[in-house]
Ligand binder design. Structure first.
Ligand code: DGJ
Length: 752
């Protein structure tokens, strides 16, 4: 396993147990792509895969040769304008106005492990046997620009990480107007494109369409990865579903503007590009400077979409997320936002916390409204000092009261924002992103601080660090509630304005890095009006994220189903909220709200004082259940079984690493009169183990549950009511399946 180089054919073969990635230095000195897919045997020569052919209208590299055209050759770092008319991986504007480049192979190096990317989130290794990294150096002699392409193949999972760094080795500045982190040319276009799209309160819905001639793309130009499109796509073969078939997953470890596109040409070649969105991007690279593009991750699966997601889950959970909380079960929290909004006093907060403690909740989170003059969303952002009218003893006092109850205390911040009605804005009106002499657009009455400036980030850091040093704060919810407009930094010269979006995100990462280093035991949860920045970049700093402001259980099935395509269950912030729900005004049963939220970090977002005793006793049971099974739910192997986008029933499950415990979540949107007898085929169980179904009190072998299925019909399925169970819409069930060593199969268990 690792990376092989064949000198004679100048061929690189990166492989692990599951995938192969093969490249070669072509005869014009450029790097060619030969193969990406299921692991194949190594051999010296794959050059027959280079497509040399003569076609009318072709543009050819060599004077007398009508076979070698960059338009037909599959490449790793293509440029536009020298015969290749597809969208390129790189574009550099030079002093004379030209954008033509000619990146020639120079050298390569291979090392064990994976070097860190400075200032940027990226996957990492904990010991050098976990990966091999190939660095290929190319150079454009005329401009003096050196390109280093970094390829890391992981030895333990079916993933490859890719990034690029440019260095200006000339004496003149150039402008990088496009630098895609990953470019993959595939030899055919017989794929379906999968994306996660939506909007506020409807994030990451699964959308599938057939790739066709032209460009299929998702992007963000909002300054954050966005509710609209997630920086994730998959290309799957026709017939690939959750359980079987081939898929390639692409994920971009970045939280700002991005572009992911597949371009299919008339010869059915598919070029996929992943990187910072080239529109609104222009980076001046002075002599001697380097620019590092963020990392993209490519996952290959021949085990369907579940197989692909499981690779992302284990890689991102263990080698992208970091720190104290990475491998820890997440505290069950209560958040006061939907319970009180801005209308709270210290007494009310403590009374919610007390009730929560009685039920077994572990962490109380104070959301928006505790600072400055924040009585509504029109004022206060930027003034990270407790409002004494609301909290007489400040955050320190409140945190102490909560700790005295035996709970941990968490706090909300929105570090990147400012209201004009704030002391911070009055002191520094020029600290917001805005274009001189243009109107500044507001979003939620707030403005975006210019995080491309170090002094701005420093100031926010000082305010936050003071609170975290003085008060016992164990958790931070880091919110971000608007997109960027009129993007311009008065601290940068005109020729650097194209850098502001990226520099802004680097400032966000810098603040996260400083806070997580200084306060390593604090659990960070990222948030952006719900799931507006739920991306792998955030996961590097905050091991969990608030998936959506929509806390309705039925909506959450779709949001969490889609989110799980790329993101581990331990990262998906999910709460039980009040009914009628505050976003869609729907009433779902309390058990269904919990049954959905279990498959995430789990918490409550309501005033428990308003529940009846009967409901409170159910809440206690839910919390006890979550505590008992959260290691399986959050860190088990997750399988999607039935999609909310395809039918009335959603089903998913988590299986413990030892395969002895499985939790199945089964959810039916609308009840069906006189319904069929139904069963769901499970996944990931040990075929020979016998599992006890705690719901039906029956024993079943693993193979039986996986091939024959778990019977999901019961009297709630629209049959003639027996007077015991009320039939409802939004019904759901949790099945706990447990195998024990003592039971090795045998008839004595059947039907017991
Ligand atoms: C948006 C978040 O997603 C909510 O959970 C809440 O924190 C509000 N902001 C507070 O303003």
């Amino acid at each position: 396993m690792g990376i092989v180089y064949h000198e004679k054919t100048k061929t690189f073969h990166l492989y692990n147990r599951s995938m192969s990635y093969i490249m070669t230095v072509m005869r014009n000195g450029h790097l060619g792509q030969l193969y990406c897919g299921k692991r194949i045997r190594d051999k010296e020569d794959f050059s027959y895969l280079l497509e040399t052919c003569e076609r009318p209208m072709g543009s050819y590299v060599y004077d007398t040769d009508r076979l070698f055209s960059l338009d037909y050759l599959k490449q790793e770092f293509p440029v536009y304008g020298s015969g290749d008319y597809h969208h390129p991986a790189v574009e550099i504007l030079q002093e004379n106005g030209s954008r033509i480049c000619d990146f020639q192979y120079q050298s390569f190096s291979i090392c064990k492990g994976k070097p860190r990317l400075s200032g940027l989130p990226a996957t990492y290794v904990e010991n050098d046997d976990e990966a091999f990294t190939l660095t290929i150096e190319l150079k454009d002699e005329l401009t003096g620009i050196r390109a280093e392409l970094f390829y890391t193949i992981f030895t333990w999972c079916s993933a490859l990480a890719k990034s690029v760094r440019l260095t200006n080795e000339s004496s003149k500045a150039v402008h990088i107007s496009r630098l895609m982190s990953l470019c993959l040319d595939l030899p055919d276009s017989d794929y379906e494109w999968v994306q996660l799209s939506g909007c506020w309160a409807r994030e990451r819905h699964v959308k599938v369409r057939k790739l066709t001639y032209g460009i299929t793309a998702v992007e963000s130009m909002r300054g954050h990865s966005s509710h609209e499109h997630n920086p994730f796509i998959a290309l799957k073969r026709r017939g690939t579903d959750e359980r079987k078939g081939e898929a390639l997953g692409f994920s971009f470890i970045y939280s700002g503007n991005f572009l992911m596109q597949s371009e299919v040409d008339a010869h059915d070649v598919t070029r996929t590009l992943v990187g910072i969105h080239p529109d609104c991007f222009d980076w001046k690279l002075d002599a001697g400077e380097s620019f590092q593009a963020p990392e993209a991750v490519l996952v290959y699966s021949d085990q369907g979409l579940n197989g692909m997601s499981q690779v992302f889950h284990s890689l991102y959970q263990t080698r992208l997320a970091r720190g104290y909380w990475r491998d820890k079960e997440r505290p069950i929290l209560i958040n006061n936002w939907e319970a009180t909004y801005f209308n709270f006093t210290q007494e009310r907060l403590v009374s919610i916390a007390k009730k929560a403690k009685e039920c077994g909740v572990e962490l109380f989170v104070l959301d928006d409204g505790w600072f400055g003059k924040r009585n509504s969303d029109r004022a206060g952002l930027g003034d990270w000092v407790a409002n004494p009218k609301r909290l007489s003893k400040g955050i320190t006092g409140l945190a102490e009261s909560i700790e005295n109850l035996g709970m941990k205390f968490g706090l909300w911040f929105e570090p990147e924002m400012v209201n004009k009605d704030s002391d911070l804005y009055r002191a520094h009106p020029d600290w917001i992103l805005s274009t001189p002499r243009r109107r500044e657009s507001q979003g939620r009455y707030q403005y975006v601080l210019d995080f491309s400036r170090k002094e701005v980030v420093d100031c926010i850091y000082e305010m936050m660090a003071k609170i975290l040093s003085e008060a016992k704060v164990s958790y931070i919810k880091w919110d971000m509630n608007r997109s960027i407009t009129e993007c311009y930094s008065i601290a940068l010269p005109k020729e650097r304005q194209g850098e502001v979006f990226h520099r802004y995100i680097l400032g966000v990462y810098d603040l996260y890095e400083r806070l997580t280093l200084k306060f390593p035991h604090v659990l960070f949860e990222s948030c952006a009006s719900g799931g507006g920045r739920f991306d792998p970049g955030m996961l590097y700093y905050a091991p969990q994220g608030w998936a959506s402001d929509n806390s309705d259980a039925a909506s959450r099935m779709e949001i969490q189903y889609g989110t799980s395509f790329c993101y581990p269950i331990s990262s998906i912030g999910s709460h039980v909220s009040a009914v009628p729900n505050h976003q869609v005004f729907r009433t779902t049963p309390l058990h269904t709200r919990a049954n959905v939220a279990y498959f995430g970090t789990f918490g409550y977002e309501l005033d428990l004082n308003k529940l009846s005793n009967e409901e409170l006793s159910k809440v206690k049971d839910q919390i006890a259940f979550m505590k008992q099974y959260r290691s399986v739910l959050q860190f088990g192997t997750f399988y999607r079984l039935l999609s909310p986008f395809e039918g009335n029933v959603t089903c998913w499950m988590s299986v413990s690493k030892d395969q002895k415990t499985a939790i199945v979540g089964y959810y039916r949107m609308l009840n069906v009169a006189n319904a069929s007898y139904t069963r769901v085929r499970l996944e990931g169980l040990a075929p020979d183990l016998c599992y006890f179904n705690e719901q039906s009190k029956t024993w079943h072998y693993g193979d039986e549950l996986m091939h024959l299925g778990l019977i999901t019909t019961d009297a709630t399925a629209g049959q003639v009511p027996d007077g015991v169970i009320a039939c409802t819409d939004f019904e759901s069930r949790i099945y706990v399946l447990k195998a024990t060593d003592a039971i090795e199969g045998g008839n004595e268990h059947e039907g017991a």
